[in-house]
Design a protein around this ligand. Structure first.
Ligand code: GLY
Ligand code: MN
Ligand code: MN
Length: 436
């Protein structure tokens, strides 16, 4: 490994992927640009796999990897174009990109269709992500057919078409030190935004004002995007899992559930806190809140290497189900309730997901039919909740209470580190912060 590859995490990742491929050629394009409405595009976001392997953020670029070759990493990107750059912004261009991104060769993206059949010819295996994008599927099939048409000249076409995501997802599941550091910064910025939201919330304020505080806090610390659109859900809206309107006026006595995290240099944070807009939990709110917090503590306790992926969920469900019985929300025995699954009326989602470049990140949850064991370097969310909609058979004091508490956990050698611990979550701590 060269000195450059110890410095540049992308070079090291490409080398690891090439070893996993063993042989053949891989084609990894970045995301397409998409139009939002006439002449106005959605903000461009690179493809996570492409970025993971390159760190390159411009649209119209493709990474080619060829196993076993000296010049195994080839980047196709836009050429410099002073006129386009004056309109749309700076382009690095193939020449400067080669050094800056540590690839072996660069070519203008306009040469892709001409070059690819030549590069594919005689390779035994072709790796890409079939089905991810119709336009790329068609283009790739076109290149393969062009190579196939040369059969009588003695050229061979790859017989194995392999999904590159198999190898890449496994790599992305274990975060390297560069990723861990970036994710910690994303977590810190997001934590600061939640603290600010707790300080800003007040009865008669609007949900969108809090949304604006969150987005402002993300951006002023350099985060490029929210990792997903913030959920700022007050009162009954807290019971809508993917509430996005954020347009209600908050009232005294409401709980406010905020699920928000930024994306920094490609990496997501994902935090939820729930607190009373007036700064003081009511009795029933506090009972539900403390139950969800206890469920989260039980889940975090078993978030450690060797435990199966599902252990935190099972631990959280057990605490929640017992609490539902104790509070009169469910009846029967704990075992009966776990068996019937009736607790799902109030807790209908899983307790977490992988977190990384994507907020619901890459990686299988099962291996050979079994939940996979947690392993150091994995990052997952721990996010139990409880959502109580009005119904005749539900005690009225709990109607419209929705609570979720979500933190991000990095699995370590001995347990896990909560990267989002800087936002208070004990009820008394939240109340103290809001008083201050
Ligand atoms: N914010 C999305 C999630 O919690 O999964
Ligand atoms: Mn979330
Ligand atoms: Mn989440």
């Amino acid at each position: 490994m060269s000195a450059a590859s110890t410095m540049n995490p992308h070079i090291a990742r490409r080398a690891r992927l090439l070893r996993r491929m063993g042989q053949g050629i891989a084609v990894i394009p970045t995301a397409p640009e998409r139009m939002r409405n006439r002449d106005s595009d959605y903000l461009f976001r690179f493809d996570s796999y492409f970025y993971y392997l390159t760190g390159f953020t411009e649209p119209e670029s493709v990474l080619i990897l060829i196993a076993g070759e000296e010049n195994g990493a080839i980047l196709f990107c836009r050429e410099r174009n002073l006129e386009r750059e004056q309109w749309d912004g700076y382009r690095i261009g193939p020449e400067a990109a080669r050094d800056k991104f540590g690839v072996d060769e660069t070519h203008p993206i306009s040469a892709l269709d001409e070059q690819l059949p030549k590069l594919i010819a005689n390779q035994p295996t072709f790796f890409y992500a079939p089905g991810a994008d119709n336009a790329w599927d068609l283009r790739v099939m076109g290149w393969l057919n062009q190579v196939r048409a040369l059969a009588r000249t003695g050229v061979t076409t790859p017989l194995d078409i392999c999904d590159i995501r198999g190898a890449l997802d496994e790599m992305r599941l274990i975060k390297d030190t560069h990723e861990q550091a970036t994710m910690q910064r994303a977590a810190d910025i997001s934590a600061g935004a939640h603290v600010r939201a707790m300080q800003a919330a007040r009865p008669d304020g609007w949900e969108y004002e809090i949304e604006a505080d969150l987005l402002h806090e993300f951006r002023r610390h350099g985060a490029q995007f929210p990792a997903y659109w913030p959920i700022v859900a007050s009162g009954p809206n807290a019971c809508i899992l993917h509430y996005r309107e954020n347009n209600r006026r908050m009232a005294k006595g409401d709980l406010l559930l905020i699920d928000a995290g930024c994306e920094l240099d490609g990496y997501a944070a994902d935090i939820t806190r729930t607190f009373p807009v007036s700064g003081k939990f009511s009795g029933p709110q506090r009972a539900i809140y403390d139950l969800v917090l206890a469920a989260q503590a039980a889940a975090i306790e078993v978030t450690k290497p060797g435990n199966p992926w599902i252990a935190p969920h099972d631990a959280a469900v057990k605490v929640l189900a017992q609490g539902f019985i104790d509070l009169g929300l469910c009846s029967g025995s704990l075992d009966g309730l776990l068996e019937s699954g009736d607790y799902r009326r109030f807790y209908m989602h899983r307790t977490g997901h992988w977190l990384g470049l994507d907020v619901h990140d890459a990686g299988e949850y099962k291996q050979a039919g079994d939940w996979r064991p947690l392993t150091p370097g994995m990052v997952l969310t721990v996010e139990p909740g409880c959502y109580i909609r009005p119904a005749d058979d539900v005690p009225e004091q709990f109607w419209n209470i929705g609570v979720r508490i979500e933190d991000d956990a990095l699995v370590t050698a001995t347990g896990c580190e909560i990267t989002t611990a800087k936002v208070p979550k004990r009820a008394d701590e939240i109340e103290a912060l809001m008083r201050g």
